[in-house]
Design a protein around this ligand. Sequence first.
Ligand SMILES: [Zn+2]
Length: 412
Amino acid sequence: MPGRVLLTDALLLDPEADAPARGSLLLEGGRIAARLPAGTVAPEGVRSLSVAGLPVSPGLLDLHDHGDLVLRPAADAVLAMRQGSASKARHGVTGFLPTTLAWPGPELLERVGEIAQAIGGVGTAEASWPGAVPLGIHLEGPWIRAEAAGAQPARGIRPYDAVEGQALFERAAGAVRMVTLAPEIPGAEALLRELARRGVVSAIGHTLAGPEDVERAVGEGARHVTHLFNAMGPLHQRGPGAAAGLLAEERLSCDVIADGAHVHPAWLRIAARVKGEQLLLITDRIEPPAGMAVPLEDASLAWPGTASIHSDGIAWRLPDGRLAGSRLTLAEAIRNCVRWRVMTRLEAVRACTLAPARLLGIEARRGTLRPGARADLVLWSDAGEVLATWVGGRLVASAPVAPAAVTALAGG
Ligand SMILES: [Zn+2]
């Protein structure tokens, strides 16, 4: 977006406000320069772009996105992330954590190195990404509980070993931002201390942790829970169970996969009531590689450690029926949460903008509509479809049905 642009007549979905409000945003140098009243007339030299009363929110942040990284060879990391960057932007995502699997030692090391290099190499100039910007690596495993593996490849799951951990963190060159771990496995305490020392978010997941394990983990710095309810054993009214224990622990935020397959909407509603602003939305998305013709329904993909995963159109499943990631987008998760009365639209937007930004400690730059924040923005239809996405003030995606003023901007 060249020069200064005044985005006028927007319904601002500000995650720090109590309600949506009409207003205008002045964008300059890739940032939100000012918030102005709805009827503000652009001063001379400022291009005015009316969005005709449609909602505008901060860009969405996905802390758990496998994309197609996990389906391709390690050497394809840059390509996979570039294609993923563009496709995520079409769904309103402006920042994400590429998320790994429990690969065996040498493979994990190689893949983390490739992803870190892609982030460091291309990411130093954020504008060089075609759309969403990778914000760091989410290590999902390998230090998790084998009995709560979900679709994680069983042969890669292992206890934490400090020597391996150091090698991995060094290879990642500071790019690891979040680690999903089971606090009850051997070595977990050392791991939690190491993550706290490095300022990495410790998230409890793929676990059968009991109350003492959770208490100890929180004491060692655990702050978050990965895909609450999934890969943590069943719920029972007379047993604490990992899921109920983690839901009830007020010092932990949680994220959920709101696709209707991973968690029943009733549980999403309960989690939203219990956690309030501490409930985040993620996708846990697996995306067929670009160019591969994969139908939405009745689709199959090769999967590490097993023959294949299969999709009925909503989620991916192993041959035995266990869930193996979603086909969800965050925009869809927001629509689902509104439709199922889990959250209001503004609350759902907050759950994938401000809330994840706070967890990562990046809310000064991302996840808000504050003056000074990056101009990472989404324009929505009233029905909750993504019409346009800006990253650092640059229009990176626009739907054919976006207002003419926006599509004209894409052309010019
Ligand atoms: Zn998982």
